[in-house]
Design a protein around this ligand. Structure first.
Ligand code: PDD
Length: 278
């Protein structure tokens, strides 16, 4: 695989970052994951917008102009012959001797790579998945897409060990989001419900696309938080992310959702999303 590291396209074995990179030492880095289908990036403008927003929130300068980032992503897709999968990019604050205080004027490190994997029509999307429930362990600025992901790593690992496909995190009696996805439910009277954007969760790009699809297809939408109990009693549940698209949730904790099969509204949104992506 050819990857991008600090200004050059190199074979992955030749890519090197300093052990003093602050992304490595402090998680002082932001990242984005863009889906690729048929060799084309999906919703990449939204991902680049969020990338710039995350960097600005941490006062890390964009190391190269936005157009150059797009060129790097496109070049990796071509060089790796990527038809379906993801493009990952990360910018760390840069390298400096270890100190919580960072010096001014560091030069930020940009790395990027592709991952080939099936994204559309996966078994999870066809059959749905079960999600565990767990207390949200993370910091208070989850709207910034930082590489500081240990909360999600541990919770997802535990959920998998418990036999679940993912985990929905809970804070103050309300679902925040999935370990790497946005949580949705559908009410008995057919309204699609998801949390409004705030500091408690990442503003998902796929979420944004799904809200737009609800709007353009006349589906009723409600942006409000919901509790685990409401989700367990909902007519349908699903989650969204760049790498899982729209994935039905058929069980939450030990409670089966409706008849345990992906619901009709979820199926429609899956189809609308794929249609727009292709
Ligand atoms: N994660 N919430 C969290 C905590 C996430 O990490 C992600 C995405 C999402 C969904 O955002 P989007 O629709 O923009 O992908 C929500 C990516 C896929 C990842 O870390 O691999």
């Amino acid at each position: 695989r050819v990857v991008y590291c600090k200004g050059a396209f190199v074979p992955e074995g030749d890519a090197h970052l300093s052990i003093f990179d602050r992304g490595f030492l402090f998680g002082d880095a932001v990242y984005e994951v863009t889906a690729v289908l048929g060799g084309q990036m999906i919703d990449n403008d939204a991902h680049l917008d969020r990338f710039e927003r995350s960097l600005a929130a941490l006062a890390i300068p964009l190391p190269v102009p936005r157009a150059e980032i797009e060129r790097i992503q496109a070049e990796l897709i071509v060089q790796n012959n990527l038809a379906e999968g993801t493009v990952y990019m990360q910018v760390s604050r840069g390298e400096a001797d270890r100190d919580f205080l960072y010096p001014e004027g560091l030069s930020a490190n940009l790395v990027a790579f592709t991952q080939a994997r099936k994204l559309a029509d996966t078994p999870s999307q066809k059959n749905g998945i079960a999600v565990d429930l767990a207390a949200d362990l993370r910091w208070q600025r989850r709207d910034i897409k930082t590489a500081m992901l240990l909360g999600q790593v541990l919770l997802k690992h535990q959920a998998r060990a418990n036999g679940f496909g993912d985990v929905w995190m809970v804070e103050d009696g309300l679902v925040t989001e999935g370990s790497s996805s946005t949580a949705f439910i559908v009410t008995a009277d057919g309204r699609v419900v998801t949390r409004p954007n705030s500091h408690v969760a990442l503003p998902g790009c796929t979420r944004k696309a799904v809200l737009r699809l609800c709007d353009s297809h006349g589906l009723r939408l409600e942006e409000r938080p919901f509790s685990p109990a409401e989700a367990q009693g909902a007519a349908e549940a699903f989650l969204t992310s760049a790498s899982s698209f729209v994935t039905p949730v058929i069980r939450i904790g030990d409670v089966t959702i409706a008849d345990g099969k992906p619901g009709p509204m979820t199926r429609q949104l899956q189809a609308y999303y794929l249609e727009a992506a292709r």
